[in-house]
Design a protein around this ligand. Structure first.
Ligand code: A2R
Ligand code: GDD
Length: 312
């Protein structure tokens, strides 16, 4: 079996590649940049600005599975990068699906469209935990882009493509870049431990509560949902538990070798608005594939801190 991962050099792409390769799947991936660092032979230099090169690539490669990960993935940056977010997540996705539809593999290939819990946006209390039927009410440009990506997935499914849409809630793990909460906290702690930063950690909103899942549980779910999910359907991927950002910070601080780190709130790390609590309902995916999370949040946090210690 052959898989294509768009955005393979990103955080999730790396973990997904590792998982698929360990399951004897032949993995290829697209990137807008040459991968000088590793110079891997399975990287295809491609952006999604023109349809013809994508169609040609698909006709040559003939993947059985396509994981469409490439995106502007930061909620925080999406306020300042509205058009860039819509361009990456909507325009390029539309062009990409159009190319898949025009290619020789259109009637065989299975495609996974990656949405987000941010599609739900502002949710009324009685709708928590959030199931797939809760009205979509995004409150930031990233959420809007992912709702539109969902609409595109449904549209192309109605046109005959086998596309399944997933809504992962927050996913974390070693390798996630700065700009996401667990990496931001762990990176600063690692730099403080190695005395490259003074013992002050700056943070944003600690009161938000989020449903965290380890990225390795997420890619295991992707691999099964793409094959067994129903075209045009949507599946939440979440743990069903919520933790405050303050809990994440406190837990990482207990793991630190430096016991006198001060916490300072940085107004620049606060968002114009955000929903206070997300808890997902994962019954639909559990019923489909019997998937449940395996990693404990605390295990993931320890590995994330160790990852940043190795870079500090
Ligand atoms: O082309 P690269 O190698 O720089 O890969 C980046 C790619 N990407 C884009 N591709 C086309 N046009 C853009 N404007 C654009 N911006 C970024 O997508 C990048 O490495 C990859 C996404 O990787 P991460 O930012 O690390 O996201 P992550 O966490 O792997 O998320 C994967 C999917 C995305 O659809 C998220 O929205 C969702 O999961 O949470
Ligand atoms: N990034 C960041 N940095 N977030 C902070 C910080 C900080 O220093 N301090 C507090 N937070 C809070 C944010 O305000 C937010 O409530 C929460 O931590 C999580 O922020 P992120 O890790 O940036 O993730 P996100 O929820 O905005 O988006 C992630 O999850 C989505 C699914 O729920 C991304 O991975 C998205 O791509 C994904 O779709």
């Amino acid at each position: 079996m052959k898989a294509l991962i768009t955005g393979i050099n990103g955080f999730v792409g790396g973990h997904l590649e590792e998982y698929l390769v360990s399951h004897q799947i032949d993995v290829w991936g697209t990137s807008r940049r040459a991968n000088n660092e590793q110079d891997k032979a399975n990287r295809l230099l491609l952006d999604f600005n023109h349809k013809e090169p994508i169609v040609q690539m698909l006709n040559t490669l003939k993947p059985d599975l396509i994981f469409h990960l490439a995106a502007q993935s930061s909620v925080a940056n999406s306020w300042a990068e509205v058009s860039g977010t819509l361009d990456a997540n909507v325009t390029k996705t539309g062009l990409f699906y159009d190319a898949v539809k025009q290619s020789e593999i259109a009637d065989k290939v299975k495609v996974l469209s990656i949405g987000s819990s941010e599609e739900y946006g502002s949710v009324s209390k009685e709708n928590i935990p959030i199931s797939e039927t809760v009205p979509l009410n995004p409150t930031n440009p990233y959420g809007i882009s992912k709702v539109t990506q969902y609409m595109l997935a449904k549209f192309y499914a109605s046109q005959g493509l086998h596309i399944v849409h997933v809504r992962p809630f927050n996913h974390i793990g070693p390798g996630q870049s700065q700009g996401f909460v667990t990496s931001d906290f762990a990176r600063q702690i690692a730099l403080i431990e190695s005395q490259k930063l003074p013992p002050i950690i700056t943070v944003g909103n600690l009161e938000a509560q989020r449903d965290f899942t380890d990225v390795r549980d997420i890619v295991r779910a992707y691999t099964v949902v793409i094959q067994r999910g129903v075209a045009g359907e949507v599946y939440n991927i979440c743990s069903g538990k919520s933790r405050s950002i303050r809990y994440i910070l406190d837990y990482l601080l207990t793991l630190s070798t430096n016991k006198s780190i001060d916490v300072q709130q940085d107004i620049n790390k606060m968002r114009p608005s955000e929903f206070p609590i997300y808890i997902g309902d994962s019954s639909k995916i559990n019923n489909l594939i019997g998937w449940e999370t395996e990693y404990l949040l605390e295990e993931s946090l320890k590995e994330i801190l160790d990852f940043w210690r190795s870079k500090a």
